[in-house]
Design a protein around this ligand. Structure first.
Ligand code: TEU
Ligand code: CA
Length: 564
């Protein structure tokens, strides 16, 4: 594998609206991000991914862009953005923007012009398609529910929107559209970005015959994902994008890819792949319900662990994955992946260890470093997210009670990750002096940065140690390029793996006990030494290793051991 500048880095996702508000309007802003760069640097972060900060009506929280060249006024100004770039550079940090080009906002000038002249140039930027027998061109259900087709007023045409109707899909078949997008990407790269996180990119390829599929729900529609899964040829677009933009800058690109064809991994993230890396969503996808949140699955520990292992093994022979436990679309990792008895600080440290030290580049989502959790709401009206509202209705339609539907939202809602960052136990959690745009998670009084900064055994302090270990001159190489090999797979509650140096001379064992009972693992030798642990009992453990050649892990205990 070709070595790249970003391989040994740690990335952090900021959801700007919920990060830090500096002017009291309840909405996080660029100034807030700038003021926390030292906090992030100190945590051990190198690369910052900003969820969209472009001008937007915020129907889908900025993933509906109405001007690709403007900063949303809610977030600040272009001058402030330039300042953010300059301040990150000063600290040796990098910035990724979010590239959302499968669709734009219906308020984008292109779409407005397309509506004015439905047979003109700008209609060709979108998928304006004639209806069939006075009905939609096909039976697609959008990701956010309902038909993926919306009538174009005054015509017999419909436009395609795989997400909300306010997010019309762009027509990548059109060379003029592609040129516009490339120009925009290069304009941002020229400003000094390190690259992009690339949104929903596999969706850009459409089957222009728009075939209908066998209905897969009570609404008589079929998920638009079917078309994405069946259509061939997205790779040609992805190569074209790369050639005309990223390749010229040696940009770092991390793609959000679902529904990729199995044999395409090398084309996507191999040495000369379309992207630098892509997120490993294998565990997240596994938990997804076939028909929606109401039949999502609670993963067993073993199922989750084995999925991560399988994915690691597959990825490492091909490319370099981006590892997450949560993001702005997913519930909090601590609530989802930790068994009930481990939903505490020690459990969170254990989860941190077994995700950050995997093979790949870790992306930490804001608040993960203090162990923020899902947030219970008492009524659907307390949710903001467009997808949550839809999934709630779907759950009711499928026969769930109100309580059951709310429970689905508690477990799956995208708003779980979007509650404001918990900086302190003060007013507004230190996030805002005003009224936050979305209600705080009431647990901010217990879980917040200020409290954890003052405590050496906090989750936050542990993250700092963990990231420092991963990046330390002595072990950076092995944690970056060391081979991933699963360990103690026959132990029910154990999540353990080796990282083995390329010359096989050095070996590190990462262990964690997700089980309820203590567990003793026999090590290969008596010469191991603990590099990091979440107990205060390193000395006792080192002694046990020397004396017995074993390590005993209490429930929720994690240890990183240098063998040999
Ligand atoms: O997500 C793409 C996507 O397909 C899903 O994660 C989607 O959010 C989920 O199925 C709905 O519950 C990306 C962004 O990450 C997401 O925030 C946007 O809403 C979406 O694209 C549209 O831009
Ligand atoms: Ca603000």
């Amino acid at each position: 594998m070709k070595k790249k500048w970003w391989h040994d880095k740690v990335a952090y996702q900021i959801y700007p609206k919920s990060f830090l508000d500096t002017n009291g309007d309840g909405i996080g802003d660029l100034k807030g991000i700038i003021s926390k760069l030292d906090y992030l640097k100190n945590l051990g972060i190198d690369i910052i991914w900003l969820s969209p900060i472009y001008q937007s009506p915020f129907v889908d929280q900025g993933y509906d862009i109405s001007d690709y060249y403007k900063i949303a006024e809610e977030f600040g100004t272009m001058e402030e953005f330039d300042e953010l770039l300059a301040e990150t550079k000063k600290r040796g940090m990098y910035v990724l923007m979010d590239l959302v080009v499968n669709h734009c906002s219906d308020k984008h000038e292109w779409f407005q012009k397309a509506l004015e002249d439905p047979y003109g140039k700008y209609a060709g930027y979108f998928h304006f398609v004639k209806g069939k027998d006075g009905k939609e061109p096909s039976n697609y259900r959008s990701y956010f529910g309902g038909s993926a087709w919306e009538p174009v007023p005054g015509t017999d045409l419909y436009y395609l929107h795989m997400f909300a109707k306010e997010q019309p899909d762009l027509n990548w078949e059109n060379p003029e559209l592609r040129k516009e997008i490339y120009k925009m990407i290069n304009w941002w790269m020229d400003k000094g970005l390190a690259g992009f996180r690339i949104d929903a990119i596999i969706n850009i390829k459409k089957d222009l015959s728009f075939p209908s599929f066998e209905p897969d729900g009570p609404d008589g529609l079929a998920s638009c994902v079917k078309m994405v899964e069946e259509v061939q040829g997205v790779g040609e677009y992805l190569e074209d994008i790369k050639k005309n933009t990223f390749a010229k800058y040696d940009a770092f690109t991390v793609a959000e890819v679902f529904n990729m064809k199995d044999d395409e991994l090398a084309e996507f993230i191999g040495d000369d792949g379309h992207f630098s890396t892509m997120f490993d969503f294998s565990a997240h996808v596994l938990a997804q319900g076939e028909n929606g949140w109401y039949n999502s699955r609670k993963l067993s520990f073993i199922e989750w662990r084995d999925t991560v292992f399988a994915s690691q093994k597959r990825m490492q022979s091909i490319g370099f994955p981006a590892n997450i436990i949560e993001n702005h679309d997913e519930p909090r990792g601590a609530s989802r992946f930790l068994p009930e008895h481990a939903q505490n600080e020690e459990g969170k440290k254990m989860l941190a260890t077994t995700s950050v030290l995997l093979y790949g580049i870790p992306f930490i989502y804001q608040g993960q470093e203090i162990g923020m959790t899902n947030c219970r709401r008492n009524d659907i009206s307390e949710y903001d997210d467009i997808s949550t509202k839809d999934q709630y209705q779907e759950a009711l339609a499928a026969g769930c009670s109100r309580e059951q539907a709310l429970e689905c939202c508690y477990e799956n809602s995208r708003d779980n990750a979007r509650t404001p960052m918990q900086w302190s136990r003060g007013k507004g959690a230190g996030f805002s002096d005003g009224t936050p745009w979305i209600a705080l998670n009431p647990n901010y009084e217990q879980i917040n940065v200020e409290e954890q900064e003052s405590r050496p055994d906090s989750v936050l302090s542990y993250y700092k140690k963990l990231l420092a270990l991963k990046k330390s001159p002595a072990y950076k190489e092995i944690f970056t390029y060391g081979k991933f090999v699963p360990a103690y797979e026959d132990q029910d509650g154990i999540f353990a793996f080796y990282r083995i140096s390329e010359d096989e001379k050095e070996k590190i064992l990462v262990t964690a006990n997700y089980g309820k009972e203590a567990c003793t693992l026999r090590l290969e030798s008596r010469t191991g030494k603990i590099l990091l642990s979440n107990t205060g009992a390193e000395d006792a453990r080192d002694n046990e290793i020397r004396r017995e050649g074993t390590i005993t892990l209490e429930s929720c205990e994690t240890a990183v051991i240098l063998l040999g």
